[in-house]
Design a binder for this molecule. Structure first.
Ligand SMILES: *Cc1c(COP(=O)(O)O)cnc(C)c1O
Length: 391
């Protein structure tokens, strides 16, 4: 969350004052308008606003028809929700190592592809863009789908294309910790009609069949799904947040480039697949050793600058994905993908040391979380703390 205030308060009042803020068949049309405004912003054909990023990821996988018997490749460094979206549809997550940009390594993806692989989920973690060109080439070569987890990267780009719009489908999260927010929320975007129709049916199975004309023109057969519905109050907040997004991203970039400019040792800045396209929420510095990284963090903290070393961020690292590592993938053994007969023989031999590069890189990287409202003076102060900490 970066900027929220009176505009969002007024939007909530606007939605409530209609006295009919169900998502459809209403007068306010906040959700519908948000979906249209997001499509326009991204240049995308289909968009579904729903209750979470997890819901959007799951709906995308369901949209692709992925389920038992299928493998989906996910990075070793991402929030656990990415892997749990795979088990939620009955498929098996195959975990791949990351590259020096902290995003999934296309070479590792290629190594993990088997005859059962149906998709890869590149995650633009901390707004760092994945190498979408290399991933697209691999996906085409092996005929697998790409579902982008853009939950942390709304508004970011890879080579001028919006993150989340490059693969077959993309998922955004609007929970409190994300770049734009409504407290909770998520969106699925795709240009693929079949994915859209199946995700529509899945994400709101009861209302879709009952309310309004949502199934008009839909050719996919209806099936039983779940409910990831949101209200017009959420839609109203997000419409205001979307208006603020371009300025948030451009101000974050100004802060990032200003800070880098003021660093004495610019070679510490971690590599990226697109320095102009990333979300600039975070500056990542890379050290030669874990000890150097820790010393840097201690020095910064003594001067009042908080530093995060990503190896300490719990459920973002595969070694801490208890449910996956211990293979408890569902609420009932008969629904557990790790126990299903369709999945026997698939790649699910998880070990703590299977992605050593991830563990190494995350333990010698330091994050400085940036803020779009920092003044030049604040940036100078922070640069001084960093420069001093490196002495
Ligand atoms: C936040 C997040 C999610 C899940 O989003 P929710 O809206 O909390 O369900 C998934 N993947 C990544 C990388 C995230 O950061």
């Amino acid at each position: 969350m970066y900027r929220i205030g009176q505009e969002e308060i007024d939007a909530v009042a606007r939605a409530i004052n209609t006295h009919d803020f169900f998502k459809i068949n209403n007068s306010g049309c906040e959700v519908l308008n948000f979906e249209n405004e997001l499509k326009e912003y991204l240049g995308n054909e289909h968009c579904l606003l729903m209750s979470s990023g997890f819901g959007a990821l799951t709906s995308a996988l369901i949209g692709l028809g992925i389920g038992p018997g299928d493998e989906v490749i996910v990075p070793a460094y991402t929030y656990i929700a990415t892997a749990l979206a795979v088990t939620a549809v009955g498929a098996i997550p195959v975990i791949a190592d990351i590259d020096s940009t902290l995003t999934i390594d296309p070479k590792e993806v290629e190594k993990k592809i088997s005859k059962n692989t149906k998709a890869v989920i590149p995650v633009h973690i901390m707004g760092f863009p994945c190498d979408m060109a290399a991933l697209k080439a691999i996906a085409e070569k092996y005929n697998i789908a790409i579902v982008e987890d853009a939950c942390q990267s709304m508004g970011g780009k890879f080579k001028c294309e919006y993150l989340g719009t490059i693969g077959d489908a993309g998922a955004y999260s609007y929970n409190y910790y994300k770049i734009m927010t409504s407290g909770e929320g998520g969106a699925l975007v795709t240009n693929n009609k079949k994915i859209y129709e199946r995700a529509l049916i899945y994400h709101d199975s009861s209302a879709v069949a009952f309310f309004g004309s949502q199934l008009d023109g839909i050719t996919e057969p209806i099936f039983g799904g779940t409910e990831f519905r949101i209200s017009d109050i959420t839609g109203a907040i997000l419409r205001e947040q979307l208006k603020k997004l371009p300025d948030i991203i451009s101000d974050l970039h100004k802060v990032k480039f200003n800070l880098i400019e003021k660093l004495n040792n610019k070679s510490l800045v971690a590599p990226t697949h697109d320095s102009d396209g990333d979300c600039a929420t975070t500056l990542a510095l890379r050290f030669g050793t874990e000890e150097d990284c820790k010393n840097f963090a201690v020095n910064c903290e003594q001067d009042g600058l908080g530093v995060v070393i990503p190896i300490t961020t719990g459920k973002h690292i595969y070694t801490n994905w208890t449910q996956i590592m211990e293979k408890r993938g569902a609420l009932h053994p008969a629904m557990d993908p790790f126990k299903m007969k369709e999945n026997q023989g698939l790649q699910m031999n998880y070990t703590m040391d299977m992605c050593p590069r991830t563990l190494d890189l995350l333990s010698r990287t330091a994050y400085i979380n940036l803020h779009p409202d920092w003044s030049d003076e604040t940036v100078s102060n922070i640069a001084n703390i960093i420069n001093k900490a490196l002495n």
